[in-house]
Design a protein around this ligand. Sequence first.
Ligand code: A3P
Length: 331
Amino acid sequence: MEEVLGSERIKELLEQYVPKKREIVMHEYKGVIFPLGVFKPSVLQALETWEARPEDVFVVSYAKAGTTWLQEVVSAIANGGDLEKLNKTHTYFRVPFIEATSFFQGSDIPETYEIVDKMKSPRTIKSHLPGHLLPPDVFKKKARIVYVARNPKDMCVSYYYYHTMHQALPTPKSWNDFFEDFYTGKITFGPWWEHYLFYWNLRHEPNVLFVKFEDMKKDLKAVVERVTEFMNYTLTDDVINGIVDHCSFESMKKNPMTNPDSLRDRIRKQLDQQAKKEEDDTLVEPKQEKISFMRKGKVGDWRNHFTVAQNEAFDAFVQEKLAGSGLAFDY
Ligand code: A3P
């Protein structure tokens, strides 16, 4: 992707590109809600016949489950722990988000999946798609899938803040409103429990590895070792330790090549400049600017947000939805 984005033609297009305020319009595709500006029906449809490769490694998750963190782990392994190489290109380009329309929209700029088509193997690819929307060829070719899940209470809090800061997502009226939507699954990427269970039920397949955010917090090295083995790489202990340091919350937050804020700031700057030029401040959606993507990175922040009643209701709901599955979380 880096090569394609780095091509002269794309550079030329990016220079000409005038960012526009994205209207937040939601659409439903096969039972799942998406914001139209980023996840187009045409792309979701194209992915139904998109060709995977057996050597692909997919990082799949529900939003805010620790995707970026796992992307960095997978990318570091795929690059043999060469941190110097990793730090030359942002994670966003090393592990592209296949169903998303590029940040760098423009009429001639290819969709992300078309850019992925041109990447050399082994490709590392991110997706938030629920199982029934992930390209079927991924399963047919038995490409590797590393799935990360997080306890849904912290995921809900993280997703709430993300909605307050992301230009393409509708700003929630209040925490209580968002909590209700999350609970009922009426949000981008749909019901989290269906997402989880689809991949959880595949966890014994040799091409699927299911990891949990809380385990990464508890012992990142053990998870890096599991993922390394799953990806069929052999790395020395020193290299593994280097990856663990590189992927700590503090390192990823201060590294512009792993912190998604650096890309967001670039888009925002373009929008601000355009708004000034056109003297049109409606180009910039009012969003929380002070919240970092790398917000807290902790287990248990839900305790600062859930009321006692919300917690009781949510516990009963989780129990009902995950009953008999064997899937459980540390909170
Ligand atoms: P918080 O909002 O709770 O801080 P995703 O990448 O799926 O959108 O998930 C984002 C969440 O993962 C955010 O959670 C973010 O801080 C956390 N995260 C990202 N990198 C992390 C890391 N290296 N260590 C711990 N948490 C991390």
